[in-house]
Design a protein around this ligand. Structure first.
Ligand SMILES: [Zn+2]
Length: 114
């Protein structure tokens, strides 16, 4: 899976930004991960722990916020959370004219360092 690559680019992004702000140690990194990105939080934590040794992230903790996938029915405007079966059918009127409203988020919310 792409978690290791993903985490590498996250750490790289934070490291570059930290260098610009003269931050030498990172204490905390917060990520927001949408359900539809298919990135597994456990794998991300594992990748983070594997990559952080000997870097400015050595003592940092990783916080992950998962965002559910949200759909909105275009027929009756009903909003609902996408279930594990990824059925794109409106639970209230049965229409398949459904638009994905959320769940594709994948970004660094913030990081803390000194
Ligand atoms: Zn509907």
């Amino acid at each position: 899976m792409h978690e290791l690559t993903l985490m590498q680019s996250v750490l790289q992004t934070v490291e570059l930004d930290a260098a610009q702000h003269h931050i030498e140690r990172i204490n905390k990194v917060k990520l927001v991960i949408g359900q539809l990105t298919m990135a597994l939080p456990d794998s991300l934590v594992f990748a983070f722990d594997a990559l952080k040794t000997g870097t400015i992230f050595a003592n940092a903790s990783l916080v992950i916020e998962e965002r559910p996938a949200l759909c909105q029915c275009q027929s009756c405007q009903q909003e609902y959370k996408l279930d594990d079966f990824f059925q794109f059918i409106c639970p209230s009127c049965g229409s398949s004219d459904v638009k994905i409203e959320g769940g594709k988020e994948l970004y660094i919310d913030y990081y803390e360092g000194e």
